[in-house]
Design a protein around this ligand. Structure first.
Ligand code: HEC
Length: 379
């Protein structure tokens, strides 16, 4: 195998010598040289004349791309693709995007930095270096300090370099390599490697299978599942009738709960007469009604109840709430519609409390009055 000169190296036995040698090599004007020490030495980068790494720019660029990408994506989702009024805020509510933008910026910065280090700075996939496995490297990774000036430096002249290093008090030597050693041979298809990969895949799947299907069902991990309790829709021998689910005791009502007496099928016009609005249209009640109307009703009915839905055809458009029909309906009819729904409009009994439903009714009355103001309202 033909050997080529890679570098002239020198070995020193204490850190002061290596700092002096580094400064001498720097002052002699060499660019392609490196210092190897078994541990970090203060002041060495200054002595070598190293400039700050460019890696920081990669990190900055990756962070900017991450932040800009996430802001644009979040804005597109919130404004263009799926606009939703949430809590009465504008579509483009940027404070909500801050956490995720920050996270993605950090994530991309980290991945970009590691990726750039491996791909550009370490020259992956080339995984060998002429200094690997040399007597020089063995010494400088144990207890010696070394400098190595590369033969491809513009100013390189073997005699001059040897002379320079000798003058700094180093033990001078030469490092050779064969070209073949540097060319990268992929070892991906090595049967040993493939065997290892398949082995790892099998071990992780088997481990995962055992963990999720067996270990989790062993005591004590199954204690949560083994509680003495009756699950919905199961039988229980504890009760004489065998039913696990119990009906409330006849004639009782749960605390704080007022049962709604009218069934889904009941007509708004007929039951509306029997329901009395318990709320006065105070400022607080109207504010509450407005808030709840914006949250629950406005996606379909529009912000002002004119039936201008924001569902983009994903749900049938409702009629306006300013029709003569709804304006002359008793409050109770609107309340009933919210409570049990009407045709395709679903029931909001469980999302919106009783008081909030009445507050919404009051707010709708305000909207109707505003759109059909009388001469006397304007004075
Ligand atoms: C998912 C969309 C949707 C939401 C949300 C919604 N509605 Fe409706 N609403 C409709 C549709 C559609 C109709 C028409 C139903 C029909 O065909 O009878 C309707 C009908 C009504 C009617 C009867 C109008 C009429 O002329 O018959 C009232 C009153 C009403 N909604 C009030 C409300 C209130 C108050 C809310 C908020 C609590 C609300 N709706 C939330 C879709 C919705």
């Amino acid at each position: 195998m033909e050997k080529k000169l890679y570098s002239i190296s020198a070995i020193y036995s204490n850190p002061n010598d290596i700092i002096r040698a580094a400064a001498a090599v720097r002052d002699a004007g060499y660019k392609k040289f490196d210092i190897h020490t078994p541990y970090p030495i203060h002041g060495l980068d200054g002595a070598m004349g190293l400039k700050e790494t460019k890696l920081g720019f990669v990190t900055l660029a990756a962070a900017i791309i991450g932040a800009a990408g996430m802001i644009s994506f979040a804005s597109w989702v919130a404004v263009v693709d799926y606009p939703q009024v949430i809590g009465g805020k504008p579509y483009w509510s940027w404070p909500a995007f801050v956490p995720v933008t920050y996270e993605i910026a950090v994530l991309l910065a980290v991945l970009g930095t590691v990726g750039a280090m491996i791909a550009f700075f370490f020259k992956f996939p080339n995984i060998s270096h002429p200094l690997h496995d040399t007597p020089y490297m063995k010494k400088v990774s144990a207890d010696k300090f070394g400098v190595s000036i590369q033969a491809d430096d513009g100013k390189f002249n073997e005699k001059v370099v040897r002379e320079l290093l000798k003058n700094t008090g180093g033990e001078v030597d030469a490092v050779y390599y064969s070209e073949e050693f540097l060319t990268f041979k992929p070892q991906m298809f090595d049967p040993k490697f493939i065997f290892l990969l398949v082995g790892i895949a099998l071990a992780t799947s088997a481990g995962g299978y055992l963990y999720w299907n067996k270990v989790l069902y062993l005591p004590p991990f199954d204690w949560m599942m083994q509680q003495p309790k009756v699950k919905p829709q199961t039988m229980s021998e504890f009760y004489a009738d065998g039913f696990g689910m119990r009906l409330p005791v006849a004639g009782t009502v749960a605390r704080g709960f007022i049962p709604y007496p009218y069934a889904l099928g009941a007509k708004a016009d007929s039951v509306g007469k029997f329901l009395v609005n318990p709320l006065l249209p105070t400022k607080a009640a109207l504010d509450l009604g407005k808030k709840k109307f914006f949250t629950y009703c406005s996606p379909c009915h529009g912000n002002f109840g004119k039936g201008d839905s924001r569902m983009n055809g994903q749900f049938p458009n409702p009629p306006t709430l300013h029709s003569d029909k709804v304006r002359t309906w008793p409050d109770g009819a609107i309340f009933h519609t919210i409570t049990v729904g009407q045709n395709v409009m679903p029931s909001y009994q469980y999302q919106i409390s009783r008081e909030e439903r009445w507050a919404i009714v009051n707010y709708i009355r305000t909207l109707q009055r505003a759109y059909n103001a009388k001469e006397s309202d304007l004075q």
